[in-house]
Write a protein that binds this ligand. Structure first.
Ligand SMILES: [Cu+2]
Length: 510
C-alpha cells in the first residue's frame, strides 16, 4: 500500500543525507549565480544518483534514482517517493517558468528529457547535450502544455534503455484552470501508477537483457511486474471515485489493460491531457511511454472486494514472448466506506478542438516514415540515428500543420520477404516537442487477425498524443502542428532497446 507520496522536507533531508541539495549548491556555485538572471517561478535541483533501495524482502537493490529538491517556489512542486526507485513526482502549473538543474552523479553521462512537453531546443534533453559525471545541466522553460500526465527520463544516445531500467523515470504533472474547474479526484483519490517490468536475480539485483542480443532486438521483457517501483503492488481504496494516472514506463512491454471482473475502463485522458468527454473501453492498449487517465468508481463495490487490473493476451509480438500470457498488474482492495463525498464524473472534460486534417500543408502527400528492424540495424526510412543528421524529409516549418504517416511494413526485413521471415514486432513511435492527433490507421490484410486482438484498445481520435502504437503491418497517420520553437528535435521508437539500436532520427523545425 503506497497511497501517499508526499514527504516533508525533514524526511527528504533524512533520506537523502543531511542537506543534500545544499551540498550540491556548495559544489556548483554557478547554480546560485545563474538563478539571479531570469526569474523562475519554480527552481529544482534534480540529481541522478546510484542508491540502494529496499524493493524485495532481504537484500537491498542497487538502483539509479532521481532525487529532487525545490530551491525556489512552491515546495509541493516535488513529491518524493520513499522506498522506491520511482523518481519524485514533479508538479507544475501551466504558465510557470521552470528552472531545473540536472546534476549527474552517475558513473556515466546522461541527460533528461521532459516527455510530452513543448520546450525550447536546449531544454528538450537531446543526446548531444549529455553531461558527464559531476556536471550540471540547467533547463529553463515555460510550461506551455495543457494539464496532463507527462513524465521525465534519461535520453543519452545508446544508453536510454539501461538508465531507465536502473530506475531513472518519474511523473511530471501539469495542472491548469480548465482542469481545476472539473473537480476531479485529488489528494488521496488521485493515484499515479507507473507500470514497469523487471527481472531480479537471486540476490535481488535487477538484470538487464538476460538474453543478450535477442533482448536488444525484441526489446527487454521482465518476468516481474513493478508498479511505482514496487513489486506485488496493492492499492487500498475507499468506496469512492478515483483518478488513476497510468504511465507505461516499461522499456518495451505493451500492456492490454482490463479489469478482471469485466467492468469497462473509463478513460478521461491520454498523453496530452483530458479528452473532450469520457469514453468506455473493454480493454486498452498501453505501449511504452503512453499515458492513460482513468476514472474508477469503487463505490459500486462492497467493502472487502478485491479486484485486479490485468494485462490480457494479444498477438503481434510473440517472437519476443510478449502478449502470450495474461498476468496481474496490480490489485485493488476496497477496504472502507467513503470518508468524504465522492467526486462526480463530468460529462464534458475539455473544449473540442480536433481534427483539421484537410488544412494540413501536406494533406494530399503526407510525410512517410517506414520503420525497420534488421540484424544489428534499426532504421527509419533506411537510416539509423546520427547525432545531428537531418534529412531533407525531416525539415518542417514552425507553425505548420502536417500529416505524418508511420509505416510498420508487412516485412521489415526488406522487399520480397514474407511474413514470419522478418522481425514482426510493435513499435511505439514518439515525436518530441509536440502533441498530435491520430487520424487514421490501416492494416495490411495479412495482419488483420493480429490487429483484431488489439484494435478495440486504441484510444485514437479522442485526445492528444505524443506516442502512438504501431503494430506489425500497420500504417498510422498523425496530425501534427509544429510549435514556434525552432531547432533540432527527435522522433523515435520508444521501445528503448530499439531506440538505443538507432531507431531514432532528428527532425528540424525552421
Ligand atoms: Cu521499435
Amino acid at each position: 500500500m503506497q497511497k501517499d507520496f508526499r514527504m516533508n522536507r525533514r524526511d527528504f533531508l533524512r533520506l537523502s543525507g543531511t542537506g543534500f541539495a545544499g551540498l550540491v549548491l556548495a559544489q556548483f556555485p554557478n547554480i546560485a549565480a545563474t538563478a539571479q538572471d531570469i526569474e523562475a517561478d519554480v527552481e529544482i535541483v534534480l540529481t541522478a544518483i546510484p542508491e540502494q533501495v529496499q524493493i524485495l524482502p532481504g537484500q537491498t537493490t542497487s538502483t539509479w534514482r532521481y532525487i529532487a529538491e525545490v530551491i525556489r517556489g512552491d515546495p509541493n512542486s516535488v513529491q518524493s517517493t520513499p522506498n522506491s526507485y520511482f523518481g519524485p513526482i514533479l508538479r507544475f502549473r501551466k504558465g510557470q517558468q521552470v528552472r531545473i538543474h540536472l546534476n549527474n552523479q552517475l558513473p556515466e553521462s546522461t541527460i533528461t528529457h521532459w516527455h510530452g512537453l513543448t520546450v525550447p531546443e536546449t531544454a528538450d534533453g537531446h543526446p548531444r547535450f549529455a553531461i558527464e559525471t559531476g556536471e550540471t545541466y540547467t533547463y529553463d522553460f515555460q510550461v506551455i502544455n495543457r494539464a496532463g500526465t507527462y513524465w521525465y527520463h534519461p535520453h543519452p544516445h545508446g544508453r536510454t534503455g539501461p538508465q531507465v531500467y536502473a530506475g531513472l523515470a518519474g511523473f511530471l504533472f501539469v495542472s491548469d484552470e480548465e482542469e481545476d474547474a472539473l473537480g476531479l479526484p485529488e489528494g488521496d483519490y488521485e493515484i499515479p501508477l507507473m507500470l514497469q517490468d523487471r527481472v531480479f536475480d537471486a540476490d535481488n539485483q535487477m538484470v538487464y537483457l538476460p538474453n543478450g542480443m535477442m533482448d536488444r532486438m525484441h526489446g527487454f521483457l521482465g518476468d516481474r511486474m513493478m508498479v511505482n517501483g514496487q513489486a506485488d503492488y496493492a492499492l487500498s481504496v475507499e468506496k469512492s471515485a478515483y483518478r488513476l494516472r497510468l504511465l507505461n514506463g516499461s522499456n518495451s512491454r505493451v500492456y492490454k489493460l482490463a479489469w478482471d471482473d469485466g467492468t469497462p475502463l473509463i478513460v478521461i485522458g491520454t498523453d496530452g491531457g483530458l479528452l473532450q468527454s469520457p469514453i468506455e473501453k473493454d480493454y486498452i492498449m498501453l505501449a511504452p511511454s503512453e499515458r492513460l487517465d482513468l476514472w474508477v468508481d469503487f463505490s459500486t463495490y462492497p467493502v472487502g472486494t478485491s479486484l485486479s487490473l490485468k494485462s490480457l493476451t494479444f498477438s503481434g509480438a510473440e517472437e519476443g514472448g510478449m502478449g502470450t500470457s495474461e498476468f496481474t498488474i496490480l490489485t485493488v482492495n476496497v477496504d472502507s466506506d467513503a470518508t468524504s463525498t465522492p467526486a462526480t464524473l463530468p460529462a464534458q472534460l475539455s473544449t473540442p478542438n480536433f481534427n483539421d486534417a484537410p488544412n494540413a500543408v501536406n494533406a494530399a502527400n503526407p510525410r512517410q516514415f517506414t520503420v525497420a528492424m534488421q540484424a544489428m540495424a534499426a532504421t527509419i526510412n533506411g537510416q539509423s540515428f546520427e547525432m545531428t543528421d537531418v534529412d531533407a524529409n525531416e525539415i518542417v516549418q514552425a507553425g505548420d500543420l502536417e500529416v505524418w504517416e508511420f509505416i510498420n511494413p508487412p516485412s521489415s526485413m526488406g522487399r520480397g520477404m514474407g511474413r514470419g521471415m522478418g522481425m514482426v514486432m510493435p513499435h511505439p513511435m514518439h515525436i518530441h516537442n509536440v502533441q498530435f492527433q491520430v487520424i487514421d490507421r490501416q492494416i495490411d490484410p495479412d495482419f488483420a487477425s493480429i490487429w483484431d486482438t488489439v484494435r478495440e484498445g486504441y484510444v485514437d481520435g479522442a485526445g492528444w498524443k505524443d506516442s502512438v502504437l504501431l503494430m506489425p503491418g500497420e500504417r498510422v497517420k498523425v496530425l501534427v502542428k509544429f510549435p514556434d520553437y525552432t531547432g533540432l528535435y527527435l522522433y523515435h521508437c520508444h521501445n528503448l532497446e530499439h531506440e538505443d539500436l538507432g531507431l531514432m532520427r532528428n527532425y528540424r523545425i525552421e
